[in-house]
Write a protein that binds this ligand. Structure first.
Ligand code: TZD
Ligand code: CA
Length: 529
């Protein structure tokens, strides 16, 4: 049987375990999907924003790559917002898009993607349109290896649809089985130097980022913190939870302003930042980047993060490998162990007919099983979340890594597709839900048993917070009244109910946990502006 560009490509995908395809098709993509192999599954999303974020949630929860197939420029354009998150979560998304037939791109026929590789730049690591059909399989292979080599991230390949039936070059047979590995262990002399600095620091502190969790290095972070008896902060604007939140070292998520961070770190002579940028600021509150007497050592797998940091000494290395090595090599400190954490405070009372966000999270903590995976996209409730939750273990928390809304609801579906054992609960704002709402349909049709909690406070709460910070007062476009998520969910085929008290939330949550279908709970929540 002659090997076609299509069959060779499918074999490469199969060898890389990329047999789940997230997509939304158009005419340009149908020839790729023709003769769809039985060992592959196609997950249809109804809008490309949902497609890309489902794939992102799937990739992050599974720890592997995810394959995406979009429709030319219009489909790729719809996915661009989601792509901003995938860049900063270092999600290895292998994104392909169908192109018009080669002979009709130049004359700009309908659905030709003019200068296709330029479209997703600068968001992707690599973007290409193979110069001839014979180079399609190798380009797909290059895309996969590029996405997975450090720093991981999304890539994009545009493929003219008349390429798929062409005969593949015989030498393409080398592609499917090949491997590429980054061996980035720290050399002994660097380890030695780091160990001396950590052993002799007077008051060291750890700042841990999402890459610790992505690299499954959480246990080594705990071991290092215990040997140093050091407090641990999660790096600002956290998109993952790299450290158990009820560990005595845990201090919470760092605030995201220049001034607040240097104030907190100013108590320490040595700051070890691992697996995060230095730093991912958000609110602009100017001040010192770093107080005198504080030094930063920065370990990251991302050379870009190392290069753009405004202070500190960076080492580009494997986060997992370096944390494991350091946890083993540093001395057990003679400083006193840190005291136990104070007990979690009781949740604040909500008002009549509205649950306080703290009570939502308290209910989750006391009702959902251990090992539950949380995807969160409710922007005004972060403080309540970190105060109330008890997160432990790798891969238990995901938040849009670049703050682009539309991640949460689809990523809940994608993460649940990756997890057979762990239940995934999406905590989604009534504003955020709308950017990825069509993923409800995918959850219903593929019977993905995730649970969506819609935090309905009627407003873009975070923006009300920002309007205070910026002194902009009452501006238009801040409220979102008149949304009925029970009806919306029913329309997409997901059973739903609305609750207004912690007790009814608990009942609804237990019911959702017992069912093996997706469900949505709309929670009337209180907004404290
Ligand atoms: N559009 C997109 C794609 N991403 C964004 N981040 C915004 C707009 C701006 N934005 C924020 O940064 S937070 C927010 C918006 C609109 C409000 C989200 O409201 P919510 O959550 O109801 O989801 P809270 O808890 O009420 O803040
Ligand atoms: Ca809201």
């Amino acid at each position: 049987m002659t090997r076609t560009v299509r069959s060779e490509t499918m074999e490469i995908l199969r060898q890389h375990n990329l047999t789940t395809i997230f997509g939304n098709p158009g005419s340009n993509e149908l020839p790729f999907l023709q003769d769809f192999p039985e060992d592959f599954q196609y997950i249809l999303g109804l809008h490309e924003g949902a497609v890309i974020s489902m794939a992102d949630g799937f990739a992050q929860a599974s720890g592997g790559a995810a394959f995406v197939n979009l429709h030319a420029a219009s489909g790729s354009g719809n996915a661009m917002g989601g792509l901003t998150n995938a860049v900063y979560s270092h999600s290895p998304l292998v994104i392909t898009a169908g192109q018009q037939v080669r002979s009709m791109v130049g004359l700009e026929a309908m659905l030709a993607s003019v200068d296709a590789p330029t479209l997703p730049k600068p968001l992707v690591k690599w973007s290409a349109e193979p110069l001839c059909p014979e180079d399609v399989p190798r380009s797909i292979s290059q895309a996969i290896h590029t996405a997975l080599l450090p720093a991981k991230g999304p890539v994009y390949v545009s493929i003219p649809y008349d390429d798929w039936d062409k005969e593949a070059p015989a030498e393409a047979r080398h592609l499917a089985g090949r491997t590429s590995v980054a061996a980035q262990e720290l050399p002994a002399e660097i380890v030695q130097d780091l160990v001396v600095q950590l052993n002799t620091a007077r008051n060291p502190v750890l700042v841990l980022g999402p890459e610790v969790d992505a690299d499954d290095a959480n246990e080594f972070a705990v071991a290092l913190a215990e040997k140093l008896a050091a407090p641990v902060w999660i790096a600002p604007s956290p998109s993952r939870c790299p450290f158990p939140t009820r560990h005595r070292s845990f201090r919470g998520a760092l605030p995201a302003s220049i001034k607040d961070i240097s104030n907190i770190l100013g108590d320490h002579d040595l700051v070890l930042v691992v697996g995060a940028p230095v730093f991912r600021y958000h609110q602009y509150v100017p001040g010192l980047y770093l107080q005198s007497g504080t030094r930063i050592i920065h370990l990251t797998g991302d050379a870009g993060e190392a290069a753009r940091a405004p202070m500190g000494d960076s080492i580009v290395t494997s986060v997992r490998g370096s944390l494991r090595t350091l946890a083993e090599a540093v001395d057990q400190t003679s400083r006193r162990q840190l005291p136990d954490l104070a007990p979690i405070p009781a949740a604040s009372e909500g008002s009549f007919n509205a649950v306080h966000p703290e009570a939502v999270f308290e209910t989750l903590r006391t009702t959902a099983p251990k090992g539950t995976v949380y995807v969160k996209e409710s922007t005004s409730t972060s403080a309540a979340f970190w105060q109330q939750m008890d997160l432990d273990g790798q891969g238990s928390y995901f938040f849009p890594a670049s703050g682009g809304l539309g991640f949460g609801l689809p990523a809940t579906v994608g993460a649940q597709l990756a997890h057979k054992e762990r239940r995934v609960i999406g905590i989604i704002g009534d504003g955020s839900a709308n950017y990825g709402i069509t993923a409800l349909w995918t959850a219903a049709q593929y019977n993905v048993p995730c649970i969506f909690l819609i935090m309905k406070n009627g407003t873009y709460g975070a923006l009300r917070g920002f309007s205070k910070l910026l002194g902009t007062g009452e501006t238009p476009g801040l409220d979102v009244p008149g949304l009925d998520f029970v009806q919306i969910a029913n329309g997409y085929g997901v059973p739903a109910e609305s609750v207004s008290t912690p007790a009814s939330l608990k009942t609804a949550l237990n019911k959702a946990l017992e069912s093996n279908r997706p469900s949505l709970i709309e929670i009337n929540t209180q907004f404290e502006g």
